[in-house]
Design a protein around this ligand. Sequence first.
Ligand SMILES: [Zn+2]
Ligand SMILES: [Zn+2]
Length: 300
Amino acid sequence: MHRPPIIALLIVPFLATLFGIYQVFTGSIGIAEISLLVVSVILTEYGVTFGYHRMVVHKSFEPRPVLKAIVLALGSMSFQGSVINWASVHTKHHAHSDQDGDPHSPTLSGFIHAHFEWLLEMHDSELESIKEKWGARYAKDPMIAWFSSTFLLWSAVGLILPASIGFLTNGWDGALNWFIWGGLMRIFVTSHVTWSVNSVCHYIGRKMFVTTDHSRNNFLIGLLALGEGWHNNHHAFPASAFHGLRWWQIDLTGLSIRIYERLGLVRKVVRIPAGLLEKRRLESKRTALKVQSLALTKEL
Ligand SMILES: [Zn+2]
Ligand SMILES: [Zn+2]
């Protein structure tokens, strides 16, 4: 994507969100618009967490084709780039996490850079070379390639659909309100939630496993990003279909995978054996204690 659309993507949804907050205080919107925002955020974010991330990049399960098509359509409506672009950049992130070459690392280049500045700085030529190196594996899948090439169409659908429903229910006023709440404000919320996984979850939170990066588990982002905030777990076991690895680590995307598995909509779900999890956890605890005592010795 060129720079002007990215700047528009940052500024326009932000201004629309300010306007939406003003509408709440003036009482010019109701429960319908607020519900629309919540539902549309969950649906398109889910397209990214379940579809783009766990299904496409990490191959954590095999979906039925109809489910695969639905989530790829939802992810493509999220305004986070085409599935192949997203998957290529994310694959590079895993290959270089918090090291030279990581496209977004708050410990290397600062929180704001990891949150969204990296998007502004990435030139088309750089994205093309990332796609060339990391994206070829995704382009081989005809459905993924098709959704990637029709990405702009799906982005437009994500804006036109709520506006059309708003028009049918309440004329031009309805069209404008639903465009703002189901389109622009939805983009604002989903963008910042996903970006927080890249920024907050490599900066604030706890590590359950020792990894070669600074990934963290963050309860709030875990909740908002439908399970993706258990990011240290994810870096420790990237292929796992479940990012929440304790009962209290709420992982709504993971919960949906369990349900689909029972319904026969997904198969070959990747699970990390309990023994291996415990072994890694104990090893991590021992390493953390060693580091702590070394630090104490240095202080003395
Ligand atoms: Zn990460
Ligand atoms: Zn990942």
